[in-house]
Ligand binder design. Structure first.
Ligand code: NAD
Ligand code: MG
Length: 393
């Protein structure tokens, strides 16, 4: 039996992971579940899955969960960052699903890598913040890193199994074609973008996701984060990655080889496919996903992204180019801006402005120590908050 810890169990990815695990009770066992403050949902999950540990983000939420779980004394309820890192590194845990949203996931995801676990990485922000540090931890501690992000999982599947040791060029790879749906505002007249509401931004045409990544998809910062994620995962640069708008989200990404071959991974847009792939790799298990009906899909469209509509795409590529702590600064500013947009304190089009202003203000340093990354993150958050307050005044 493979023991699994799910960081961010109450979220979209967490629940989809439990759905796949539930289809294979002979293979996988839930060891620990974690959540932010959603006590009700967490209590239900603990009753259903009977994990050895349940971790909430703060002591207050943990106490509420303890009270609700009077009938499940075997579930040890804990709270806080240290407990999160501990359940990511337990001896009983073989695989860690990193599905906390945002920078809050960095420390426990890194703890899983440092404990040599198989890390199923959904929490792209953790890798965007820590880049080289994270990849070095994976290598130095013999961890396995499997991408859950559908595009990166597709790329992983289209690459030869030894791409990590050989490198992309030696494997004959010329470019990565990273697909993007373009989100809900792909075709909206530009002058209407400033007026869109959080609910409109969260109504993604093809995928059901948490609110933060939904807004990121609407600004295409999500694709910017994914370009950076791909650079670290596959040891390449933005120059070798072409973003391709593909509204149907049926092709999840492609790899172009030097002999003219282009390999793609196709499927219905359902995160249970990459989750099942990463759980079972190199084997395959059923995911509960309907087979792709090509006759129903009928056509596949492609177009280049429009940089005027999606300035975040450009900001992300620039941050990657600047290197060091620049991507951590950008990620922090974006998290603050998205939260402000969801709270209706800023407009949709202000998100890119907040990121740009914060990047301009931040001092980029080499990201060689975790403390430097965390300090850059904290400073960028305070700069972004300040910028938003000034704009509102
Ligand atoms: P979500 O908002 O649905 O769930 C987030 C989870 O993290 C919840 O369990 C929540 O309780 C927990 N959490 C939030 N803040 C926390 C904090 N401060 N401390 C501890 N736990 C906290 O998000 P999601 O859509 O499941 O996305 C999770 C991650 O996966 C994100 O990084 C996202 O970019 C990535 N991802 C998601 C999808 C998708 O289809 N949903 C696809 C690709 C990648
Ligand atoms: Mg994705």
């Amino acid at each position: 039996m493979i023991g699994v810890t799910i960081l961010g169990a109450t979220g979209t990815i967490g629940l989809n992971t439990l759905d796949v695990i539930g289809r294979h009770p002979d293979r996988y066992r839930v060891v620990a579940l974690t959540a932010n403050r959603d006590v009700e949902r967490m209590a239900g999950l603990c009753r259903q899955w009977q994990p050895a540990y349940a971790v909430m983000a703060d002591a207050d939420a943990a106490e509420q969960l303890r009270q609700q779980l009077g009938d499940c004394p075997q579930v040890q309820v804990r709270a806080g960052n240290e407990a999160l890192a501990e359940v990511a590194a337990l001896d009983e845990t073989d695989y860690v699903m990193a599905a906390i949203v945002g920078g809050a996931g960095l420390l426990p995801t890194l703890a899983a890598a440092r404990a040599g676990k198989r890390v199923l990485l959904a929490n792209k922000e953790a890798l965007v913040m820590s880049g080289r540090l994270f990849m070095d931890a994976v290598r130095d501690h013999g961890a396995e890193l499997l991408p859950i992000d559908s595009e990166h999982n597709a790329i992983f599947q289209c690459l030869p199994p030894d791409h990590q040791s050989r490198g992309l060029a030696a494997a004959g790879v010329e470019r990565i074609l990273l697909t993007a749906s373009g989100g809900p505002f792909r075709d909206m007249p530009l002058d209407q973008l400033a007026q869109v509401t959080p609910d409109q931004a969260c109504a993604h045409p093809n995928w059901v996701m948490g609110r933060k990544i939904s807004v990121d998809s609407a600004t295409m910062m999500n694709k910017g984060l994914e370009v950076i994620e791909a650079c670290w995962l596959f040891d390449t640069t933005p120059a070798n990655i072409q973003v391709v708008l593909h509204p149907q989200s049926v092709i999840h990404s492609l790899v172009q080889y030097c002999d003219g071959t282009v390999l793609a991974e196709l499927g219905n847009p359902d995160m249970r496919t990459p989750i099942a792939h990463a759980l079972a790799w190199p084997e395959r298990v059923a995911a509960g996903v309907e087979a792709l009906d090509l006759f129903a899909v009928a056509r596949l469209d492609f177009q280049p992204p429009d940089m005027t509509r999606f300035p975040c795409l450009h900001l992300a590529a620039e941050a990657m180019h600047a290197g060091g702590t620049a991507t951590a600064i950008m990620n922090a500013a974006n998290e603050v801006a998205v939260e402000a947009f969801l709270d209706q304190r800023i407009r949709f089009t202000d998100i890119a402005r907040v990121v740009e202003a914060t990047l301009a203000q931040g001092r980029v340093e080499p990201a060689t120590a975790l403390e430097t990354v965390l300090a850059a993150d904290a400073k960028a958050r305070s700069h972004a908050h300040e910028y938003i307050r000034e704009q509102a005044a």
